[in-house]
Design a protein around this ligand. Structure first.
Ligand code: NDP
Length: 327
């Protein structure tokens, strides 16, 4: 495993980490969840990603039980939670980034995960109804209280992250360290363009999600529809429709040809392409089987095959390389 600094912070994350969205407490049994965590940990993964809304709290409960059962040295791993969506309840104070919900969300996540502190605590989305200043102060105070170690954002835009930094700087508070954006061959704009200033001048780290675009970039949806996969799950038509849009499938088909020419699986090529970006601190993997994880870790060896010519060939297929302003 390779370890990367989480932006300019002092903490290091494994280049691959393991997430639990749609799997823990939902698609897979608790036994499989435990096998996945063991496989990940034994391969050097040191970061496990979670959120209050995943399976409405159940994902954290399952992960918490596994962590307790495995009893790994607490200093050997990082665990996250994300606050914003609550448990899906409709009450006005049961979601968002107010001091009330962030503090209550943190306490609830600590209980579900059965840990004394959360290593990485994310604002899962921006909250237009709460002043960013209120959230920055709250996160700072949670750090002072030892309940969280680092805080960050997820799917905030560059100007929102910048505002949080400025507020933190003006008030001598601890600002956000990391952002969790979607990043894969189909979604590049934020990481490759919008955040460049934040990487360079504010040391932003990133924990990127959906590197396989929910499995489409594994190539398994190119010839028919395989059984027992995420996109066949009940209630996920919105995701299925987006993931299997014609233009994505067409591009995926062409990416597969590049993978074939390199003699590597499409999964490994797609994951290596994410790892290749130096502004990616960790690629969060999702998996429903341990065999997937084992294959995915091998993508670390494929990064070296991504020469400038190969990257150009991929860009030509994707036709979505962000255009940077000329200075
Ligand atoms: P991916 O896009 O990589 O999708 C993972 C899924 O792809 C797996 O569950 C599995 O689904 C399939 N897959 C994985 N490996 C293979 C393989 N080798 N061969 C074939 N199929 C494979 O990542 P996720 O969408 O799961 O995102 C990763 C993590 O990021 C989440 O768990 C979560 O922690 C985080 N996340 C954060 C979000 C945010 O808003 N901050 C939003 C979404 C995710 P299957 O076998 O069922 O087909």
């Amino acid at each position: 495993m390779e370890y990367r600094k989480l932006g300019s912070s002092g903490v290091q994350v494994s280049a691959f980490s393991l997430g639990s969205w749609l799997t823990f407490g939902k698609q897979i049994t608790d036994e499989v969840a435990e096998e996945l965590m063991i496989t990940a940990y034994e391969n050097g993964v040191n970061f496990f990603d979670n959120a209050e809304i995943y399976a409405r709290g159940q994902s954290e409960i399952v992960m918490g039980r596994i962590l307790k059962n495995l009893n790994w040295d607490r200093s050997s791993y990082l665990v996250s939670s994300k606050v914003f969506f609550g448990l899906g309840n409709a009450g006005p104070n049961q979601r968002g980034l107010s001091r009330k919900h962030v503090v209550e969300g943190c306490h609830a996540a600590l209980n579900r995960l059965q840990v004394d502190y959360i290593d990485l605590f994310f604002c899962h989305r921006p909250d237009k109804a709460t002043p960013i200043e209120e959230t920055v102060w709250t996160m700072h105070n949670l750090i002072q209280q030892g309940k969280i170690l680092y805080w960050g954002t997820s799917e905030w835009d560059a100007s929102e992250i910048m505002e949080a930094h400025l507020i933190a700087k003006q008030n001598h508070l601890i600002g956000p360290v990391m952002e969790q954006p979607e990043y894969n061959m189909f979604r590049r704009e934020k990481l490759e363009k919008d955040f460049l200033h934040l990487f360079k001048h504010h040391g932003l780290g990133t924990t990127i999600w959906s590197p396989l675009a929910s499995g489409v970039l594994s190539g398994k949806y190119l010839d028919g529809f395989p059984e027992n996969t995420r996109l066949g799950m009940e209630g996920l038509d919105w995701l299925k429709n987006r993931a299997l849009a014609n233009d994505r499938i067409e591009k995926a088909r062409k990416i597969k040809k590049i993978a074939d020419q390199l003699n590597v699986s499409m999964v490994k090529l797609s994951l290596a392409w994410c790892l290749k970006n130096p502004n990616v601190s960790t690629v969060i993997l999702g998996a429903s089987k341990t065999s997937q994880l084992t294959e995915n870790f091998e993508a670390l060896d494929v990064v070296a095959l991504l020469t400038p010519d190969v990257m150009d060939a991929i860009d030509a297929v994707l036709d979505n390389k962000p255009v940077l302003p000329e200075f």
